[in-house]
Design a binder for this molecule. Structure first.
Ligand SMILES: [Zn+2]
Length: 239
């Protein structure tokens, strides 16, 4: 490989390593941000369920009281039956008893419905509780992981930056300019191996003369289609 190209390839490998570290941190950071949003939603839902349960419980208490009053009223009417002085009084009392009975059974069935509603809400709340605990657990782990990555990799990044800085000083300025622009500051490979007569970046066949120059190690061969700088990977493949 041409000396200048070899230096550029080394620089590229350093940049790609640096980029790998940065993007691993980024992915973990994205996960954490996403989970934080999910947690917020889960907590809001939980709060809403709690409020619904509280309101339903309050309502059931007042209905239980109504039912108790209704029963007392019916009992009083039933007791008064023996003291009725005439048919009209008896009929009036009987009507009171019937009304109390039908109101009571309506209250009872409403109360049963309310109880089962509360039970469903509580079941749902329990599920959401478990989901939140699960999310919190994962969030804590991800945060810990990010912290340890950050500590270890900070040092590694600093070292890489220093090596990159030193390597850059030995590379032709025009080549550097080209590399920075084409590689998007080290994110994309610019120096790529040829696979026979094929550019492995764009997978197109380079012109024969370029291939001959490449094999002869004459100067720097650029892919005419994607502008990648080509080299022959003798270690990996016998071209
Ligand atoms: Zn190409």
């Amino acid at each position: 490989m041409n000396d200048e190209l070899a230096k550029l390839k080394q620089l590229q490998d350093l940049y790609l390593e640096r980029w790998k570290i940065l993007s691993a941190q980024g992915t973990l950071g994205d996960d954490i941000a996403h989970r934080a949003q999910l947690l917020k939603k889960t907590e809001a839902y939980e709060k809403m369920l709690s409020e619904q349960i509280d309101a339903a419980r309050l309502k059931s208490k007042s209905m239980e009281l109504d039912l108790q009053k209704n029963e007392e009223k019916r009992k009083t009417s039933e007791e008064r039956v023996t003291t009725a002085k005439n048919i009209a009084q008896l009929e009036a009392l009987q009507k009171e008893i019937d009304t109390a009975k039908s109101e009571g059974s309506k209250l009872e069935s409403d109360l049963i419905k309310l109880y089962s509603g509360i039970e469903n809400l509580e079941k749902k709340k329990k599920e959401i509780d478990e989901k939140r605990v699960f999310l919190e657990h994962h969030q804590k782990n991800a945060e810990k992981e990010l912290e340890s990555i950050t500590a270890q990799q900070k040092l590694k990044l600093k070292q890489l930056e220093q090596i990159i800085e030193a390597k850059r000083k030995n590379i032709d300025e025009k080549m550097l300019e080209y590399f920075d622009k084409k590689s998007q500051n080290g994110k994309v490979a610019v120096v790529v191996p040829a696979d026979g007569q094929k550019c492995t970046n764009c997978n197109r066949i380079i012109p024969l003369q370029d291939y001959i120059n490449l094999k002869a190690g004459k100067g720097i061969v650029e892919c005419p289609f994607c502008d990648s700088l080509l080299y022959i990977d003798y270690v990996k493949k016998d071209n």
